[in-house]
Design a protein around this ligand. Structure first.
Ligand code: CUA
Length: 355
């Protein structure tokens, strides 16, 4: 009886599908293009240093070649579809080209030339990226941890090492040679605007990658190898600064922190009483834990929890983190210690004083 209804529903569904697919067609490229902005701090298309530029040039070259191949092959295919489509009633098979010497040689030669054209710059780039271009690069040790990054500058001045976490400060223009290793599982160290990714492997192997930054700024990095629940929140930043600023930072790092006073004094004591020092080091104090991030310059860092929260000047996010790390970054190795708000406030005051 009611034969019209299903058809009506079908039309409605069809319309909905059509408008949905239209929105997707419209928004998907917009979203994709949004990731291409030069302001995007992880956009490898806008290289920020020599190593990334070499990788970018090679990648763009290969993409252009691949694009030409795509257009050529698909063009021939569609030409054949239309030029040789069946017209009228079925006839016998068209003339066969199997064993046609000219065609066989041509379609063997063309790919060989294309692969050779890609191989030459690829091998050149591999060799060029294998060794730092500067005989005396700034050496840093990068150690991956679930889920944060340790950065060490061995012998930055003879006999002294600086350790920091999640923010790697480098002088503009200087070649940096990073030796990467892991404290636990496999990670991958990647700063897209500065260098290609390098595997971070526990055990014996120490991999190396070099890079430099042309201009001061923040270059975002991310772990690029799945390494557990908080893999996606294993972030870091490379902060490139003018040489003089970098040297001032190094001097500040080599100076013991001032004696804490006022509310920071109480925070300093709570830090030891609640066992924060079991995991964390603060240089120049008896606190020398080696499990978690070194906190010697935590007050001067831009983020909390390996890039998860901005380190606001009032220390609100630092307090949130200390109060309950699991609420901010579930699975993080740092436990909530059941501190009162006053105790958290005192520890934040102490940590914020460490700059
Ligand atoms: Cu570390 Cu993914």
């Amino acid at each position: 009886m009611n034969k019209q209804k299903p058809t009506g529903q079908k039309t409605g569904m069809f319309r909905l599908g059509k408008s949905l697919s239209r929105s997707v067609l419209f928004f998907a490229p917009a979203l994709l293009l949004a990731g291409c902005s030069p302001e995007e701090p992880m956009n490898w298309l806008f290289a920020g240093g020599d190593a990334a530029e070499q990788a970018r040039e090679l990648t763009v070259f290969v993409l252009v070649l691949a694009g030409i191949v795509l257009v050529g092959v698909e063009g021939l295919l569609f030409y054949a579809f239309f030029r040789f489509r069946r017209r009228g009633p079925a006839r016998d098979l068209p003339p066969q080209v199997h064993g046609h010497a000219v065609i066989e040689v041509t379609w063997t030669l063309i790919p060989t030339v294309i692969v050779a054209a890609m191989a030459v710059p690829t091998v050149q780039t591999i060799f060029s990226l294998a060794n730092p271009p500067e005989p005396n690069p700034l050496k840093v040790e990068v150690i991956g941890h679930q889920w944060w990054w340790e950065f060490r500058y061995p012998d930055i001045v003879p006999g002294r090492t600086i350790t920091t976490a999640n923010e790697l400060r480098i002088p503009v223009g200087r070649t940096v040679l990073a030796s990467v290793s892991s404290a636990d599982v496999i990670h991958s160290f990647w700063v897209p605007r500065l260098a290609g990714a390098i595997d971070v492997i526990p055990g014996r192997q120490v991999n190396q990658v070099w890079f430099n930054a042309w201009a001061p700024g923040e270059y975002y990095g991310w772990c690029k190898e799945f390494c557990g629940t908080q893999h996606a929140q294993m972030r870091f930043r490379v902060i490139a600064m003018p040489q003089a600023e970098f040297e001032a930072w190094v001097r500040a790092r080599l100076t013991p922190p001032p004696q804490p006073a006022g509310p920071a004094r109480e925070g300093y004591e709570l830090f030891g009483r609640f066992g924060c020092n079991g995991c964390h080091t603060i240089a120049g104090t008896p606190y020398q834990g080696r499990v978690g991030p070194d906190l010697t310059d935590i007050g001067g860092r831009r983020t909390v929890g390996a890039g998860v929260l901005p380190n606001d000047p009032e220390g609100k996010n630092l307090a949130r983190w200390i109060k309950d790390p699991q609420a901010v970054k579930p699975g993080a190795k740092m436990p909530a210690l059941g501190l009162s708000d006053e105790q958290v406030g005192a520890i934040v005051a102490y940590l914020q004083s460490l700059k």
